[in-house]
Design a protein. Structure first.
Length: 347
């Protein structure tokens, strides 16, 4: 079974071809970071226009690289949400057009499900596992028990963790995106130099909050303009690490109540590329007798292979979608999870 995957929900235009033997036949990602850098964040209109310009050529290249004819595909998977709606429409309409022209099944994929199932593609993982999904748009802990069996244990009540990194980077005058820039600066700094709060630590459950940390950082920088950027970056990264470890430790206990046998903690999303967080979570897993599974960074950030793979899994289970399926700006993976009214579009 061979599936084409299309991803356009944020600032990466991506296309990939994956088969049910976990072979990634092609995987092309075109990042728009340079287009958005002058604005210090993703501009939805610029993103959508860029997807329109590049998607056709990218899909053609992905098929050529996989050395396949369109007629050899068994299904077409495209992200249908959640995300920046203009971009999502570009990808889904393209997927629909290809599916209609070929008379092949369409798979309308939840972007979060793509992230959630990636470790099954890259690390051949069995269900169940605990998933920490940390990206520019999402910050959630989920128990993954099977295809379409996802329980959200916690989420952010305001900003996503990557968003916090990006805003902190901007305050420090670092280039966009802030996450990698803070990581690099932190390597040269003292992480005990600046006293910052650790929102939610010690609280029941495993929800996150980063807006207090962001405001505290702004106040520190205003009150002492001479603080060293490296020290601030290191202290900020450590504070985020403390929060993530505390919340994940609670999630492990919550997951074990439902599934005492859960063997893995999987990390996904762009922030999962962060060295400091990987180290801290590795230590947590050793302490709690879990195995940390961290897919290679290029599969943690947005890509087409994760969408194609989610398509393979759904097609295998007969979960195809009609050609009039709609895009969804908001689309929780766990339909029973309570909504977070202040978490904006992103959480
Ligand atoms: O998954 P992703 O590529 O896009 C979204 O779906 O959001 O994640 C992008 C986010 C950005 O906020 C970026 O700053 C962050 O991931 N990021 C990092 C690192 N690399 C990327 N954050 C911290 N440390 C990193 N090394
Ligand atoms: Zn993502």
């Amino acid at each position: 079974m061979i599936v084409l995957g299309i991803e356009t929900s944020c600032d990466e235009t991506a296309a990939a071809v994956v088969d049910d033997q976990r072979r990634i036949l092609s995987n092309i990602v075109l990042s728009q970071t340079e287009d958005h850098r002058p604005y210090g964040g993703v501009v939805p209109e610029i993103a959508a226009r860029s997807h329109v310009e590049h998607i056709d050529g990218l899909i053609r290249n992905a098929m050529e690289l996989a050395q396949l004819k369109f007629s050899e595909l068994d299904g077409i998977a495209a992200t249908a949400g959640p995300g920046l709606i203009g971009g999502v429409m570009v990808g889904l309409v393209t997927g629909k057009a290809i599916a209609a022209a070929l008379a092949k099944p369409l798979l309308a994929i939840n972007h979060l499900e793509g992230h959630a199932l990636t470790a099954r593609l890259t690390d051949n993982l069995e269900f169940p596992y605990l998933l920490l999904l940390i990206s520019g748009g999402h910050c959630q802990l989920l128990l993954i028990e099977g295809l379409a069996q996802y329980t959200r244990l916690g989420t952010t009540i305001d900003d996503a963790v990557g968003e916090a990194f990006d805003k902190a980077g901007k305050m420090l005058g670092l280039p966009y995106p802030g996450g990698p820039a803070i990581q690099a600066a932190a390597e040269l700094g003292n992480d005990l130099a600046v006293d910052l709060p650790r929102p939610m630590i010690g609280r029941e459950g495993c929800d996150f909050s980063f807006s207090g940390l962001k405001s505290a950082l702004r106040r520190k920088l205003e009150s002492d303009p001479n603080l060293g950027v490296d020290d601030v970056a290191a202290s900020f990264q450590r504070a985020v690490g403390d929060v993530v470890v505390d919340r994940t430790a609670n999630a492990i206990a919550m997951a074990r109540q439902k599934r005492p046998d859960v063997p893995y903690l999987v990390i996904a999303g762009g922030v999962a590329a962060n060295n400091h967080l990987r180290l801290r979570l590795d230590r947590l897993c050793v302490d709690t007798d879990l195995q940390l599974v961290a897919p290679p960074p290029e599969f943690c950030t947005d890509n087409g292979a994760m969408i194609a793979w989610a398509g393979v899994e759904r097609l295998g289970a007969g979960l195809t979608d009609p050609l009039d399926v709609q895009v969804r700006a908001r689309w929780p993976l766990d339909p029973h999870a309570r909504p977070m009214p202040f978490a904006g579009k992103k959480a």
